[in-house]
Design a protein around this ligand. Structure first.
Ligand SMILES: [Zn+2]
Length: 69
């Protein structure tokens, strides 16, 4: 089970997709065990197509703040 700080939820309206590093993202050929931080910048939310900057961790950290974009 991934830790809450490693789970990232898409914040766009009506999406609600959560990236779980224990599952990866089969559609984008992301294998299990890849952390959200290590996803390619070209990765998009498989549900709504949002960028990584649309995501927030379950502990409340916004990705774009963490990387200083
Ligand atoms: Zn989304």
């Amino acid at each position: 089970m991934a830790r809450p700080e490693d789970m990232w939820q898409c914040q766009t309206t009506n999406c609600g997709y959560t990236y779980d590093p224990d599952r990866g993202d089969r559609k984008a050929k992301i294998p299990k065990g890849v952390k959200f931080e290590d996803l390619p910048d070209s990765w998009r939310c498989p549900v709504c197509g949002g960028t990584k900057a649309c995501f927030q961790s379950l502990t409340g950290v916004r990705f774009k703040e963490q990387v200083g974009v």
